[in-house]
Design a protein around this ligand. Sequence first.
Ligand code: FAD
Ligand code: 2HG
Ligand code: ZN
Length: 474
Amino acid sequence: MNSPLRHAPAPDLLARFAAIVGDRYAVTDPAALAPHLIEGRGLYNGTTSMLLRPGSVAEVAAILKLANETRTPVVPQGGNTGLVGGQIPFDGELIVSLTRLDKIREVDATSNTMTCESGVVLAKAQDAATAVDRLFPLSLGAEGSCTIGGNLSTNAGGTAALAYGITRELMLGVEVVLADGRILNLLRKLKKDNTGYDLRHIFIGAEGTLGIITAAVLKLFPRPRAVETAFVAVPSPAAAVTLLNLAQARVGGTVTSFELIIREVMEFGIKHGPNVRDPLASPHPWYVLMEVASQQADGPRDSLEQLLADGAEAGLVIDATLAASLDQAKAFWHLRHTLTETQKPEGGSIKHDVSVPVAAIPDFLAEATAAVIKLIPGSRPVPFGHVGDGNMHFNVSQPIGADKDAFIARWSEVNDVVDAIVTKYNGSFSAEHGIGKLKRDKLAKAKDPVALELMRVLKRQLDPNGILNPGKVL
Ligand code: FAD
Ligand code: 2HG
Ligand code: ZN
């Protein structure tokens, strides 16, 4: 998918950008650029004239000021783990990589806040919270490389949103460089601040199209005294949803994660994942990976065991194992987090990151599976995901032995079939990964027209010259 550079700034202009960050941080070497131009699944392969690595907010501001004055488009990039192509320059735009803005400016354990620059890797933010006996609960498979700025800009969900909320809900304040280089400082630690329009949220989930986030105040929580992790075989998605409600009503703690996994994708994990083992002795059609946290040191183990025993009696649980150690709990999560990677050796995968009301999950899964198999006989739906949030990754692997490119060419056709069922249940075709390039056309067709017009008004107002991540979202 390489295309000629539509945006190719003249050498003297590139030199002006390079002067802002210093030559060392103005990257043009093709080998050094390469990892910034492809996204994880190899769906997109971009082109750029230069990657800039600013080391301060002032440098970000200077870059955007110059970009705006010279109509030079830029693409913000964090850890490059996004799944909708938002972080890839498609027409030679400059990349502004935020990874050098990696300071944790402050951890305030009393106020339960942490102020992080946008290039801080999520795992580092989690560790900083742990160091003061607090929890920063955002957690996702890419946490070792995704950044706080990317998390905010995609409004990431992850595996603990059930209890703690999505990224938007974990943010108290934000600092943003606007398209013209002005710095918007909304870095407050306040829960209550009713001083006019709440502008912070415009930038969360905006995927770099309205400004570049340079720092944020994040919420911290008490670190749980006890965490229990269970790997549970269930007969059906309906049983999983009933079990979720039972768990939320009965266990002595908070259900922090509740992930549903179909057997077929577990098999991909076991077959292709490094050091992945089946947690249970024999195969079952569906699994739930569930975590419960408590502030009580003696923990929720007894009540969780009771829940699983009652669940078995009621036909909701076929088999289950509770992690006996931290290492075993980590092994369960390792299996869950490898599922994105371990679909790859199975060939093409057509993805759907969808949400429906939790009660509609069983019907949605049954109908989408039947519809996809009817459309492409032999295709392999392998749904998994955050069932507690009503958010499933309804991914479809190609038929065994089929031609990968021919299968991937049917991406939109398969999406349309699945999305029609999502619409029937009043769901969303993009629950947590965003719009980026991948779902832009879909957004234009599916979003409420008044909402779309307001989005365009905002975009024109905040970025009149269209320099911020053009061709993404809108
Ligand atoms: P990038 O990929 O670099 O960028 C993502 C978008 O944000 C782009 O549009 C980019 O232009 C913009 N952007 C980046 N930084 C800034 C900034 N500072 N200011 C303005 N715009 C910016 N996502 C979930 O929601 N839940 C999951 O459970 C989940 N699991 C994942 C598991 C794996 C294995 C992988 C590979 C991805 C997963 N993702 C998940 C998707 C991805 O990790 C998230 O979208 C993440 O938040 C992206 O962060 P990043 O730093 O890599 O951003
Ligand atoms: C997850 O929940 C991520 O693991 C990625 O959101 C899902 O690979 C996917 O489709
Ligand atoms: Zn997910």
